[in-house]
Design a protein around this ligand. Structure first.
Ligand code: NDP
Length: 283
């Protein structure tokens, strides 16, 4: 059965979405990227994650093209640079994103990482954007536990809808403290780099014997195993980036993969969960 979550006002959002980092970099790849995102929407991967940073707006333009005529079937997430997250600048940055995305609202707008602008000011800016109908919800990214505690202590900070952080099988640090804290407050986490494009053991997971063996026994790919593993935890959404239809379809099928207790045990043996606080991994 396809795994879904109630997220930022959306009742049955599939737990796997689509990332867009490195899209919009090369004109020659643009059409393929548009087609891949549309194939993802066709498979039900309705959450699309982008940012003003990616290709300096180029990725948002690709997403805008992919969403032509089907904006309402997508759950659209973009992110603001920390230095644009102030009272006036955030409004202007959001308007620029909306223009590139060819839409008049975002479902979710995230502070990409913490910068020098006081959280209080960013919360106020996010509130203004909500009042203006430009964003439905807001959240943060790359916030470790202390940042989240500070955010929650600010007036309005409890309206934060998510924290998007690096999380994959070889980068499990959040399981010790950040993830339980967020789960306790029913704050969903968006896991970026779920296929280990960055983070610990980058690029080695796909040749890991235990993963190859489990994947083979289940007749799935290692990528599907990695995604199924990320979304096994309550309140965790994975946003793999894929620029081919084949990869997108493979990733969507991971929504149906169930991992047994024994498989999880074997995975834990090879990639033990953290036994102490580990600073948040970031790209
Ligand atoms: P991922 O871990 O999603 O890995 C992406 C890589 O995996 C690409 O090279 C892609 O190749 C490949 N891939 C995708 N599907 C498959 C598959 N089924 N089999 C084999 N390989 C596959 O890394 P990202 O860094 O892209 O992270 C995902 C998303 O998270 C980003 O795109 C972005 O939206 C977000 N992000 C957010 C950050 C933040 O600071 N908030 C930081 C980093 C990412 P191909 O393109 O050829 O399909």
């Amino acid at each position: 059965m396809r795994k879904t979550i109630e997220f930022a006002g959306e009742k049955n959002l599939p737990l796997i979405g689509q990332g867009t980092w490195y899209m919009g970099e090369k004109a020659a790849n643009r059409q393929q990227e548009v087609v891949a995102l549309q194939a993802g929407l066709d498979c039900g991967l309705s959450l699309i994650d982008t940012a003003e940073m990616y290709a300096e707006g180029g990725a948002e333009k690709v997403v805008g093209e992919a969403l032509k005529g089907r904006r309402h079937s997508a759950f659209l997430v973009s992110k603001v640079y920390p230095w644009n997250a102030g009272d006036v600048d955030a409004i202007e940055a959001c308007e620029r994103s909306l223009s590139r995305l060819k839409t008049d609202y975002l479902d979710l707008y995230l502070l990409h990482w913490r910068g020098n602008i006081p959280l209080e000011e960013t919360i106020r800016a996010m509130g203004s954007l909500q009042q203006q109908g430009k964003i439905r919800h807001w959240g943060v990214s790359n916030f470790d536990t202390e940042d989240m505690l500070e955010l929650w202590s600010e007036p309005g900070g409890q309206h934060c809808a998510t924290n998007q952080v690096l999380y994959h099988l070889a980068s499990r640090g959040i399981e010790y403290e950040l993830l339980p804290e967020c789960q306790q407050r029913q704050l969903p986490i968006m896991a970026y780099c779920p296929l280990a494009q960055a983070g610990r053991l980058r690029n080695t997971l796909f040749s890991e014997p235990v993963l190859l063996q489990i994947a083979q026994q289940k007749s799935i790919s290692v990528a599907q195993l990695l995604l199924a593993w990320v979304i096994r935890k309550e309140g965790v959404i994975a946003i793999p980036k894929a620029s081919s239809v084949a990869h997108v379809q493979e990733n969507a099928a991971a929504l149906d993969v169930q991992l047994s207790e024994n498989e999880l045990f074997l995975i834990n043996q090879a990639f033990p969960p953290p036994q102490h606080k580990v600073p948040l991994d970031v790209v």
